[in-house]
Every structure is written in C-alpha cells, then in structure tokens.
Design a protein around this ligand. Structure first.
Ligand code: NAP
Length: 474
C-alpha cells in the first residue's frame, strides 16, 4: 500500500527530498510547484518506505492502509494528480544553492518572523559565516503560523517546532516588539549587509461595494486574528447574535472562517483558539454560514484538500445545491474529485440540529444592504437574477493586500515588484532591499511554498554579496 499526502500538507517539499524514488510531485523545479495547493504521492512508484513520513514537518503523510474513512478521498486525490500527463525527472532534484565565495562574516536582517521570514532564516543558516537578526513587531514570533492557521488545524501549526529549532541556533538573534518603519528600514540597511522584508500582506482587500462600510461588515483578516488571540485584534470580536453569516469569497481563508463559526465549540476547546473567542462561540446564535463565490464549482478558490476536510467534519453539515453542479465539466482529474465530492455533499441529508456551511457558486455580490447596520447582501447570479440573503454579519474574505514601502510599488501579482527576490524601484532597478513570501509573490500559496521562495531570495542575496567581494578585490 502506498503512502498518501493528506490535508495538513504545507507543500514545503521536505518529503520530496526525503523520497528515495522521486515519487512526490510537483517538485520545486516543476512549473506547478508554486501554485499547487498540496503535494501528491504517485501510488505506482511509491515503495512504501515511509521516509517521507519522518521528513514532513506537519504530519501530513500516512500509509494508505491507515487512512480514516474521512481521509479516503486523499488516496484518489493523490493518484489523480498523476493521471495528468507531465514529464517527471528521474531523481528528486536538489535546487542549486548558491555558495558564498568569501568567509568574511556577514550580517543579514530579516524583517518579520512569519513562515516566509523563518524559511529565509533556514536558508541563510546554510552559509556558515552568516549572522541573522530577525525583527518581529509582536512580542511572540511566527506570524501567520501562529496567528493565521486555523486552531482546528493543529498539525499545520506543528511547523513552529521547526522555526523554534532555527531560533535556537546561536547565529540567530530574535528581537521582538520591534516595529520597523521606513526610517527603521533605512537604519537596518546601514547596519547590515542585506535586509530581507518578510512582512507579508497586512491589509484586507476591499470589495468596493455600496454599504461595505456598514457596521456588521467584518474583514476575514481581523476575524482570523481574533480567534487566534492576536494581541492587536482582541477587540475585533464579530457580532455573533445573527443566525446567518455570509462570507464573501471562496478561498481557503473563507472555509477556515466558516468552519470556526459553525463547529461545535466543545470540539475547539482543546485547541489553541483564544479563550475569548471560544467563550463568544459558546453563546453564538449562528446556525448557518453561507460562503459565496463568483466562480462555478470548478475552479473555485478553495483547495480540494480543504473541501475534503470540511466534508468529513462530524459536527458540521455542508450544503450544496445540486443545480449548481449540473453544468460542471471538470477539466482535470483533481477537479473531477472536487466535483464528485460536491455531488456527494449535495446528496447528503441534513442532520437535525447541526450547524451548516452552505456553498453558493456563481454569485457576484453587488450591494451590502442595511440601515444602521448590515441587514443583507444582494447578489447577482451569472444568469442575471438577483437574490437578497438576509444576514447580520458579512465577512469579506477576498484576499489580502501587501502595502508598498517607499521606493517600491505593488505589482499586478499582488506582491512588490522584484527580480528573483531583489525589490525593484519604480525605475525597475534593485533598490538594495530583498523580499520574500507574500511580500514578494502576493498573498497566495501554502506555508511551505515559502521554502523554495526563500531559497531564491537568499540565492540573490548571496550572489550580490559575492559580486561585491569581486568588485572590492578588483
Ligand atoms: P484566495 O485564495 O485568493 O481567495 C480569494 C477569494 O475571494 C476567491 O474566491 C476570489 O474569487 C474572491 N474574490 C476576490 N475578489 C472578489 C470580489 N471583488 N468579489 C467577490 N469575490 C472576490 O485568498 P485567501 O482565501 O485569502 O487565501 C490566501 C492564500 O492563503 C491562498 O493561497 C490560500 O490557499 C492560502 N491558505 C491556505 C490555507 C490552507 O491550506 N488550509 C488556509 C488559509 C489560507 P475568484 O476566485 O473569482 O477571484
């Protein structure tokens, strides 16, 4: 029986390098690595050695024979990936690490200690003479790994163990409670050989709809931060006195929010959820969360692995209108798995007294309705019909935004303009700063996507250091 990658996959590719037969894909040098929502094990090539199990930092890999009934779709999902024709390299490739050409000590500042910052630290520590200072605005490190991952995904949170190990390296200094403003950034550049910006996407994108400013419209970012106990968001409790919540957007953040608002609070009690959020959920009036997406079921932004996880919850019903699936033509085998699962959900009986997540496809929000507060959300279907969903709480979950820094600007992909991690000025020239993670790529990708991203940025740092050594000695 082969091994299988399951829901908590962070896609950092540790397993790819551990696998002796190169059966885990996409690998970091394959085109779909940056966009894959998870990695997959080829059941035909897997020799069942289990090397990947120990390498995975988040416990996502298990033997097929040990899958729980709710995890069974992952066996199909792993196999489905390999039904698409793609040339596969024979051996797991090791991305080229650019070596330093000098042993003179260098110091690098990394601004932000979230996953992008910490994978950058990991890459920097591969060079013996590098000292790293990590600057973190909050009093606790690890950013989204601590304050962004849903509390009912404890395995994903296990990545902080790896980060803790990195911080215990004597070459690393962590400075917490240190906000780096624009002047601070210039000061860091004067004191370090390189400065890497890993501050992520700290703003919510807006809908730009009439009524969006009404009380009762809540951003997903502060809501997620609130239930994770983020110190800046203790007062961002949503008003849970409404029976129906509408979440706009169908990304994985939207599913996280919908799950946390509908799960039996007693099942969250043993997680890292903030005590205040747990108390609020225990008295919540919410019975249904409607998750609205403008696309159809094929191509909706949530990943299939998260849908599998949602569909398997014992305490939440997932409601799908079979009419939404009537014309669904899945172009890939993975999309087929998604649509089959949605069909299965559409056919399920509701369990009396169970809270529900309702997925609504092909509906564009056009107006937030209300008076002194939100009363509803008006939607337009692809056929042009209009529909009003009554609600007292609209959660906007349409992605995050990266703020620009002086001398940089935001590119169409949502991150700052850059060349292999070198931030670029408006004139398209490197401005001396380096970027990584969402600051570089825009707000997309799994936690582990940052590992290959950090390798690229650190390679650029090292290339530039090597060049300055050559120039000094010329
Ligand atoms: P996302 O995946 O980009 O999803 C954004 C959603 O908002 C999409 O459904 C998008 O629709 C919709 N949207 C955007 N603008 C809209 C508008 N004006 N009106 C209506 N809908 C609009 O973003 P995210 O959910 O914030 O997630 C960010 C990244 O973190 C993603 O890569 C995600 O996979 C990752 N993440 C992963 C996990 C996990 O693996 N468990 C958990 C959380 C986050 P369109 O698709 O039509 O553009």
């Amino acid at each position: 029986m082969p091994h299988v990658v399951t829901q908590s996959c962070c896609a950092d590719a540790s397993c790819v390098f551990a696998c002796p037969v190169n059966c885990i894909h996409p690998t970091p040098d394959e085109p779909d690595f940056g966009t894959a929502s998870m990695l997959y094990i080829d059941p035909d090539s897997c020799v069942d050695c289990g090397a990947c199990v120990g390498a995975c930092p988040v416990g996502a890999i298990t033997a097929a024979s040990r899958l729980t009934p709710d995890q069974q779709p992952f066996e199909l999902l792993n196999a489905a990936y390999f039904e698409q024709p793609a040339p596969r390299p024979l051996q797991a490739p090791v991305p080229t690490l650019v070596r330093r050409q000098s042993t003179a000590p260098v110091s690098v500042a990394v601004v932000g200690s979230g996953p992008a910052g910490m994978f950058t630290v990991e890459e920097l520590l591969k060079h013996a003479d590098v000292r790293v200072t990590v600057l973190e605005r909050l009093t606790e490190p690890f950013g989204l790994a601590r304050f962004g991952v849903a509390p009912d995904h404890p395995r994903t949170r296990e990545v902080v163990r790896l980060f803790d190990r990195l911080l215990s390296d004597p070459r690393v200094t962590l400075v917490t409670g240190q906000e780096v403003d624009d002047a601070g950034l210039r000061d860091l550049q004067a004191r370090h050989d390189a400065v890497v910006l890993a501050t992520g996407a700290s703003h919510d994108r807006l809908l730009g709809l009439p009524g969006e400013d009404l009380p009762g419209v809540h951003g997903a970012r502060p809501l997620v931060a609130w239930y994770n106990g983020h110190p800046d968001h203790r007062d961002d409790a949503p008003d849970l006195s409404t029976e129906r919540v509408v979440v706009v957007g169908q990304g994985n953040v939207a599913l996280d929010v919908a799950r946390i608002l509908t799960r039996d609070p007693e099942r969250l009690a043993d997680t890292d959820i903030s005590p205040a959020a747990l108390a609020a959920l225990r008295t919540s009036a919410v019975t249904e969360v409607v998750v609205v997406g403008r696309r159809g079921p094929v191509g909706a932004a949530f990943s299939v692995s998260e849908l599998v996880g949602l569909a398997g919850l014992p305490d939440v019903d997932v409601v799908v209108d079979p009419d939404d699936l009537a014309d669904a033509v899945p172009p890939t085998t993975e999309e087929q798995v998604r649509v089959e699962l949605l069909r299965d959900l559409a056919a399920r009986e509701r369990r009396p007294g169970t809270r529900a997540v309702r997925l609504v496809f092909g509906a564009e929000p056009v107006e937030v309705r209300g008076d002194d507060r939100v009363r509803g959300l008006r939607l337009r279907s692809r056929g042009g019909d209009e529909l009003l969903i009554e609600t007292g709480l609209v959660v906007r979950s349409v992605g995050y935004a990266v703020p620009a820094r002086p001398g940089t600007s935001v590119a169409p992909h949502g991150g700052l303009h850059h060349d292999a991690g070198r931030a670029l000025s408006d004139a398209g020239l490197p401005n001396g700063l380096y970027v990584v993670g969402w600051t570089k790529r825009g707000p997309r990708g799994q936690l582990g996507t940052n590992r290959a991203c950090a390798r690229e940025t650190v390679n650029s740092v090292v290339r530039d250091l090597n060049r300055s050594v050559v120039e000094r000695s010329a």
